[in-house]
Design a protein around this ligand. Sequence first.
Ligand code: C5P
Length: 400
Amino acid sequence: MDKPKVVLGVSGGIAAYKACELLRRLTESGHDVRVVPTGSALHFVGAATWSALSGHPVRTEVWSDVHEVPHVRIGQEADLVVVAPATADLLARAAHGLADDLLTNTLLTARCPVVFAPAMHTEMWEHPATRENVATLRRRGAVVIEPAVGRLTGVDTGKGRLPDPAEIFETCRRVLARGVAAPDLAGRHVVVSAGGTREPLDPVRFLGNRSSGKQGYALARTAAARGARVTLIAANTGLPDPAGVDVVRVGTAVQLREAVLKAVPEADAVVMAAAVADFRPAAYAAGKIKKKDGQEPEPIVLVRNPDILAEISADRAREGQVVVGFAAETDDVLANGRAKLQRKGCDLLVVNEVGERRTFGSEENEAVVLGADGSETPVPHGPKEALAETVWDLVASRLA
Ligand code: C5P
């Protein structure tokens, strides 16, 4: 079988050096990659590097090898175009359909999925011109992943860093696997909660649970690869931020509720994959609780936490918003799942059976997705990503 053909566009930002790692990951995983840098990208990383790493000649202009009509052919033949880093200037030229170098020509002739991984200073990213260009590209079906927050060139920090190349690679892999030029969640905003809450007893102890956050992260990654703007509300996860996703970190159920309520007014869909503690300690000891000689410990008194899923299902922040819950059950899985779906009032409930064999933290999952419309979608044992894709299929069909 022919290797999938990927065009790696590189525009002129300092993060161009990180695209070398993305290129390596793509070639090592069996992709045939043509690198198309802009002229200014070559100020940061030279043509020799791109050529050696990709095994192909590298050009920036339409004027070399004109007999091969590269300005049309490279785009036409591509299975995926990824631009990393995408500068404010490149996004502007792409949004306006300019074709003044080989990369912008390629973007106009490509009929495959296109991924932009922007990187620039926060001010440039937040400028209304860039916001409008990004919105235009997304509306046309491109996947524009959100920049990461962190250290920028020089001493300043903020939003605008190129996401980790390993994460951009994951996005590319997923977009390629779907193989459709128009991502079905493009222009949608989705909110996903992940991980498990921790309810503090004192400054060093908490009541927690074993949720790793992997299922929620798989949901966030797959939604981003399907074109959605994603807000990931992460409770105590030790996982790397998925590329192109806005991550809000929380600790307790009450903080999770605040973050969810803040995000839902703009959301087309909300997926509550987090394991939220049903109870929290009634009291928080400001100092560490000490053992006292000859005395039994004080019992821990618990109070109920708010049920966030039930609350956002009952009070929809937007008309047509799709709300999805998760339920882990140990027995009578389907009957309990149906009852829970009714009680929570959500549109879809992903029910899994938990037990000794099926532990939290694993890479795989198996579930049945119950719909408020009576539907039942079984998802066989497989990667958490596969379950995530099924959830988004069901969400997308309800949004449409
Ligand atoms: O009732 P149970 O905890 O089994 O429900 C699980 C579902 O409800 C999950 O989607 C979880 O995120 C959500 N939940 C919630 N608020 C709580 C408890 C659970 O939103 N306090």
